[in-house]
Design a protein around this ligand. Structure first.
Ligand code: SDX
Length: 436
């Protein structure tokens, strides 16, 4: 394939027939150009083959840009470290949904819109009682969020921009309530209702840890840390769960069903489930002396063990979110007086050793967003089983922003990939009596 810079196209030569096919190159604002292969099958009779979409763009988007080689993450052009430092989660939600940072009036209106949707229909309360108390909270999230479409019939018409906006606000607003109630249900404690006087992160922590017996004051340092963690997890381009939401939405499924599909995909240990897996891994390693044993296992092709919280499909440099997360980890542990948390010391030593090991250096495996988040959550008193639930709470805005962008894309079609078929060629049915 040759590229003709003058005409912004590439030429594909069929080695068998010698035929030449010209395919357009489309430039983005930044980042790699894309080869527009929409006409490829019609021109050549060939499909492309790219399991896991390592080199394939599934859509055009204006929301998030990642430069994996340089460890850059931009949301609508704003660097993640600046947003984490200076913004708050609802302001980032507005930015992701509408494309610009809000002015004071717009911000106040948006906060009010979200605040008015933080409660859930009271009958949803009884949904929890169908689950065992020891159900994994991600199973509860999949079930309860998927059921929301049975309640909010006035925001299911995806062709109506107003209904899409209401559904988006409902999802962002209700996820913390649904998540906190999953935690309370697992502990046999009464549900705590949202409070309009609290910020997004304060409300979540209050619903998680308050009880009806006494006033619960949210620690402002922990609330600020939670806001930052929510921002760091808000959106991340076309990751597995966002692609799942887009694929589900491409058939016209209602927004609540699409978000439930995203939650299911996020649950996997290779994706959002990694924060839970990191804590389990650190606990399994147990001491600095055992780190070499686990580093060796991570490098052993015959051992399925991988260093959880390390590596990334796109980042071949340090995940910029992991740097902010590490800083936040120190802040939270200092505030809580657990600076000498053994798991943090173990994680830092593991990171130091891994980043000096040629295997990880050569394969460009760095800590990702999940490496430190679990240590912070544990210090906050959040159980390991709730770690991915927090990721889902934060990522909901990314899912709904990408879903809205897809629905509004004039080029949008139902997602329907093709395949390389290597199964049996045609053969006639063999009746049972004639089978060997
Ligand atoms: C998230 O996509 C996103 O944006 C996701 C996310 C988001 O915000 O939405 O960033 C959130 O999911 C972060 C990733 C969390 N997952 C983990 O921490 C699980 C551990 N990491 C790996 O499973 C892996 O790194 C992935 C899944 C994250 C990425 O896998 P890829 O891109 O498919 O890379 P790969 O599996 O092909 O690995 C390339 C090589 C392989 O070796 P070779 O076959 O080339 O010899 O690196 C090795 C892998 O064996 N490798 C690891 C490793 N990760 C990759 N070896 C040891 N430990 C690891 N963690």
């Amino acid at each position: 394939m040759t590229q003709d810079e003058n005409k912004d196209l590439v030429t594909l030569v069929d080695g068998a027939s010698g035929q030449r096919f010209e395919l357009p190159l489309i430039p983005g604002t930044v980042g790699p150009k894309v080869i527009d292969i929409r006409s490829l099958y019609g021109l050549t009779g060939y499909f492309t083959y790219d399991p896991g979409y390592t080199s394939t763009g599934s859509c055009e988007s204006k929301i998030t840009y990642i430069d994996g080689d340089n460890g850059i993450l931009l949301h609508r052009g704003y660097p993640i470290d600046q947003l984490a430092e200076h913004s708050d989660y609802l302001e980032v939600c507005y930015l992701l949904l509408r494309g610009e940072l809000p002015d004071a009036k717009q911000k106040a209106k948006f906060e009010g819109d979200i605040r008015n949707h933080t409660m859930v229909h009271e009958q949803i309360n009884s949904f929890y009682r169908g689950f065992r108390r020891d159900a994994h909270p991600m199973a509860v999230m999949c079930g309860v969020v998927g059921a929301l479409s049975a309640f909010y019939h006035d925001s299911l018409d995806i062709a109506d921009p107003h209904q899409r906006m209401v559904a988006s606000h409902r999802m962002i607003a209700k996820m913390p309530t649904i998540a906190a109630w999953a935690y309370k249900y697992s502990r046999g404690e009464p549900f705590i209702y949202p409070r309009n006087s609290l910020s997004f992160a304060e409300n979540f922590l209050h619903m998680m840890f308050a009880t009806p017996c006494e006033e619960y004051k949210v620690n402002p340092v922990l609330a600020r840390a939670m806001e930052r963690i929510l921002i760091l997890h808000a959106d991340h381009e076309q990751n597995a769960s966002t692609s799942t939401v887009r694929m589900a939405g491409s058939s016209g499924a209602n927004p609540f069903a699409c978000i439930a599909a995203g939650i299911a995909s996020l649950w996997g240990p290779a994706h959002g489930g990694a924060n839970e897996a990191v804590l389990q891994m650190l606990t399994q390693i147990g001491s600095k002396e055992r780190i070499p044993e686990f580093i060796a296992r991570a490098k052993d092709k015959n051992d399925p063990f991988r260093l959880m919280g390390f590596g990334h499909r796109v980042y071949k440099n340090y995940d910029p979110r992991a740097k902010v997360m590490q800083r936040t980890c120190h802040e939270v542990l200092d505030e809580l007086g657990v600076r000498d948390e053994p798991l943090l010391e173990l994680a830092m030593e593991l990171e130091r050793i891994a980043l000096e090991d040629p295997y990880f250096v050569d394969k460009k495996l760095y800590p990702n967003v999940d490496f430190y988040s679990g240590i912070i959550f544990k210090a906050m008193g959040i159980p390991v089983s709730m770690f991915t639930v927090l990721f889902a709470v934060a990522r909901t805005v990314g899912w709904v922003a990408q879903w809205n962008e897809m629905i509004g894309d004039p080029h949008q079609k139902i997602g329907r990939p093709r395949q390389l078929y290597t199964g049996a060629a045609h053969r006639d049915f063999v009746p049972l009596h004639a089978r060997g």
